[in-house]
Design a protein around this ligand. Structure first.
Ligand SMILES: [Zn+2]
Length: 189
């Protein structure tokens, strides 16, 4: 039995959309990139309406981006946040984004993480999560976030992961609505 290796790569448009050199100072600037990724993913037909990015918290340096790639790569785990974690850890050559002497990292995501991504957030080593659209916005499109409870967020907070909600929520939600208007695939509803 030969099972092909799992290979994850960005869609072609990433290099033309993402400016890797500039600093992203504010939550809004960082979120705007996550939303741009989500929108481009829809417009280019490469996945669901979700984008994410990993930054160094203090410097605003962009480490990696992610976009929903479930359908494109036939992999139910490839939510935007998961792709961002995998790419960041691949770039840094380490399974954790947390280290005693290195910079703190944060996840910026165009929509509140589902159960899987919230779990991965705990293991990823990020110290902060910034969310755009609310889970209710995604649910209106029949995207299911799975077993995420208020206690889930409290659990992460208790382990030192700060969670910020609703940054540029309206802009993030516009991309969800765009996806609905284009009758995009709902792959986990
Ligand atoms: Zn997810």
């Amino acid at each position: 039995m030969h099972i092909p290796p799992v290979h994850i790569e960005y869609p072609d448009w990433v290099e033309s959309l993402v400016d890797w050199e500039r600093g992203y100072a504010s939550d809004e600037e960082r979120m705007r990139l996550a939303i741009d990724l989500s929108r481009e993913n829809v417009v280019r037909g490469t996945g669901g309406p979700f984008g994410a990015a990993i930054f160094e918290s203090d410097t605003g340096k962009l480490v990696a981006v992610g976009m929903n790639s479930v359908v494109r790569l036939n992999n139910c785990t490839l939510h935007g946040e998961m792709v961002a974690f995998m790419m960041a850890q691949s770039r840094l050559g380490c399974f954790s984004l947390r280290s005693d002497d290195g910079p703190a990292h944060e996840l910026v995501t165009s929509c509140e993480p589902c159960a899987m991504c919230l779990g991965a957030t705990l293991w990823s080593g990020v110290r902060r999560v910034v969310c755009g659209a609310h889970r209710d916005d995604a649910r209106r499109l029949d995207f299911d976030e799975g077993p995420v409870f208020p206690e889930s967020h409290q659990y992460l907070e208790a382990r030192g992961i700060r969670i910020v909600h609703g940054v540029l929520r309206a802009e993030a939600n516009e991309v969800l609505e765009l996806y609905r208007a284009r009758k995009g695939t709902i792959y986990n509803g």
